[in-house]
Write a protein that binds this ligand. Structure first.
Ligand code: FES
Length: 117
């Protein structure tokens, strides 16, 4: 059994078998998720957000993921390297913008605003 995983804001999708991590699914879909620890739940760079109603498409958090995320888990965050598909329901995943890209975008927006003044 496979289920669709949708990655926003890219809008890319991939079919995932049970046990496939969101990180592996993202790579197959061509979606970039930052990592530094190679999927060992150590760097916390692979945080993604999953809507509460879509959590049924993911296996429950393991203890390590839960401890690492702390209160972020209540906001729907999961570690893409640890969250695994159940294959029973689709999942919509929001991949946060890369902090460097975000900083560049904000700077460009500020410059455009200054040009209009
Ligand atoms: S890849 Fe480092 S915590 Fe997930």
């Amino acid at each position: 059994m496979k289920a669709e995983i949708l990655f926003k804001p890219d809008g890319k999708t991939v079919q995932a078998r049970p046990g496939t991590s969101l990180l592996d699914a993202a790579r197959r879909a061509g979606v970039a998720i930052r990592t530094r620890c190679g999927g060992k739940a150590a760097c916390l760079m692979c945080k993604v957000q999953v809507a509460p109603d879509a959590q049924q498409g993911l296996q429950p958090m393991n203890t390590n993921e839960s401890l690492k995320l702390g209160s972020l888990a209540e906001e729907g965050f999961r570690l893409a390297c640890q969250a695994k598909a159940t294959g029973k329901a689709g999942v919509c995943v929001l991949v946060p913008e890369d902090p460097l890209k975000s900083a560049v975008r904000r700077q460009l927006e500020r410059q455009q605003e200054e040009e209009w003044l």
